[in-house]
Structures are given as structure tokens and as C-alpha cells.
Design a protein around this ligand. Sequence first.
Ligand SMILES: Cc1ncc(C[n+]2csc(CCOP(=O)(O)OP(=O)(O)O)c2C)c(N)n1
Ligand SMILES: [Mg+2]
Length: 369
Amino acid sequence: MARTKAKVTMEDLLRTDNFDFSTVQVMNEEGQIVNEELLGDITDEDMVGFMEDMVWARELFERSTALNRQGRLGFYAPTSGQEASQLGTVLATTEEDFLLPGYRDVPQLIKHGLPLTKAFLWSKGHVEGNNYPEDFKAYPPQIIIGAQYVQTAGVALGIKKNNRQAVAMTWTGDGGTSQGDFYEGINFAGAYKAPAVFVVQNNGWAISTPRSKQTAAVTLAQKAVAAGIPGIQVDGMDILAVYAVTKAAREYAIAGNGPVLIETLCYRFGPHTLSGDDPKRYQPEGSQDEWRAKDPLIRMRKYLTDKGLWSQEKEDEIVEKTKEEIKAAIKEADQVPKQKVSEFLKNMYETPDYVTSEQIEYYEAKENK
Ligand SMILES: Cc1ncc(C[n+]2csc(CCOP(=O)(O)OP(=O)(O)O)c2C)c(N)n1
Ligand SMILES: [Mg+2]
């Protein structure tokens, strides 16, 4: 599957007339580095950090699933299998970059600085979960498929007009690339050379619709051609490839060259959300096992363990620390006063219209009884 030719350079990948969309890989499934050139200046220390973050994200998924089943969280879209894709992209950003995530992209927000308590409140549908500090550069997760792509073009143009050294980064899924908003977003940003990094996390499924039925396009990365921007397909289970390509894309965008589209080939282990779908009813038998063999944690664990930089003990320590962090955050979220209908309505507009004002009054009277 993966392009491992040593000759592939970042320069080639970032050309708008590069029409080779084969998969870029840096570390293979066996934990071997297969493209030293693309590895660039990523150090062993960086890799230990990547592994720590992936272990953290996997544990966050495990605990969030359990909390959801206990009725302590609300909406939750599993992230297991997408750690390399999610973290490899966000770790290539700085706090100056503006993030526009989708509903599955909560780990990226937390890595960007969103307190875990806020993420849990968002999951519970609490208004406070959407209330971000003024200087926190991100929007809450978007549920409308593809909508964040149009907003990203706008945010990126704003960044450019303000001469800031930053990008707007967004994520959608394979299904999201069929939406009109997807094309409008990449086209607009391309036309204005706006500094955006558009990520498509191709996990093979849009709920129960397989990638093969989503589009006749051979890759999703090639959709960039129509917008005149570089499109790169990476092994989304290889955090080194995802990180290296995203970092280069970010620099390319900041240098004034315009946006980049990155397709990360990954998989979601488990259901679409915890609201009730059963992958066994729509995924071919064995597909989960096939992808579990490509698990981003397995290959990084092997590489680092072989180098004497990782151990089970170290991993257990991170898991424990994460559990404690989650315990404290959910406790804090539980202590936030329950969502009131009036507060929800007040959050809709800066100045409520006539009908909303009437509703606010009605619910406040009821709540104060
Ligand atoms: C505009 C719009 N249409 C339909 C939906 C319902 N819906 C929610 S998730 C989803 C599938 C999205 O799949 P994909 O883009 O591949 O992302 P993934 O969930 O796999 O991360 C759909 C159709 C929606 N939220 N918004
Ligand atoms: Mg998908």
C-alpha cells in the first residue's frame, strides 16, 4: 500500500502539479523507518512524546466509552484507530494556529489546550462546553458534515489579512468529502492562497457507507487538483508520516503558497458513535482485525522498545496518570450546575430576537418556581 521510495521528497509532495497520490509512509507496520528523508529532524525524544500522547488518547477513548455506558457522558464518537491521524496533525501546530474540528476531533482540542472538563461538558450537551476563553484559538466541534471546511477558508483568509504567522486547520472524514462545503472550502482557500491545512481522515466508513460507495475518485487527496492545491495521501496509522507531512504543509501555507489537502488512511476501531450503531452489521468480517494489525501504537511501541526507549512500566504509568486526569475532570464537570433551558436559549444570539426573548422569560419563570 505504501510508497516507500526514498526519492519522495516533501518538495515533490507539495507541488500543485504532483498527480501521484500513492500513500506516503515513514514508519511501516513492523516499526521500521522506511523513508529517512521524510523523517527529517524528528528525534527519538519527539517519538517518545508522540507515543505518550497516543497512549493518552487511547486511554481517553477507553474511559470515555466506559463513562458513556455508565450514563455519565452524552454524545461520544470513538477515536481508537485514529490516534496517529489526529495527534500527528495537531502536534504539528502551535497555539497560534486556529483549529476547526469535527465531532470526532476532541483529542486535538485538548492537545491545543482545551480543559478536559470542557470536553466532557460538550459531550453532555452543556452550554459551558461551548464557551471557550477569548484567546483560545478554536471553534467547538462541528456536527454538520463538512461545514467546518467553509469556515476554515474564512478563518484562514482572516489570518492572512492580519499578517499572522499561523494556519487554520480543520478535519473532516471520507464522507465529508462528498459535501458541497468541502469543495467550496478548498476552492475558496486555494483562490485566495489562504493559509489553511485541510485534513481528511479517511477511516473507510461514513457511518455504514463504505468508502467505495462514497465517490468514484480513486483517492480523496486527488480532489485537491480541482482546487489547484497540493493533495497528499499519507498512511494515517503512521504518526511520523502524518506529522512530517502536516508540518511541511503548515510551513508551505504560512510561507504564502496557499492551502494543502491531506488524506490520512486510517480506521475506526469500533462503532461510529456510542449512540447505537453496530459495525458487525455493515463491515466485512475480518476488516477490524486487518486494520488492528496496522495499529499506530503497536508499530511505535515496537520501534521505541527495540531502542530501549519504552517499557510496559512506562506505558502503565501514563495510563494511570490519564485515569487520574479523567477522574478529576469528570468530577469537575459533574459539579457544574445542570443545564437550564433558559441558559441554552441565551447562548443562541448575542442579542436575542423577540421570540427567543419570550421563550427565555417563559423558562426562567418556570425554573425559578
Ligand atoms: C450535513 C450532514 N449530513 C448528515 C449528517 C449525519 N451524519 C453524521 S456523521 C455522518 C458520517 C460522516 O462520515 P465521515 O465524514 O466519513 O466521518 P467519520 O464519522 O467517519 O469520522 C453522517 C452522514 C450530518 N451530521 N451532517
Ligand atoms: Mg469516515
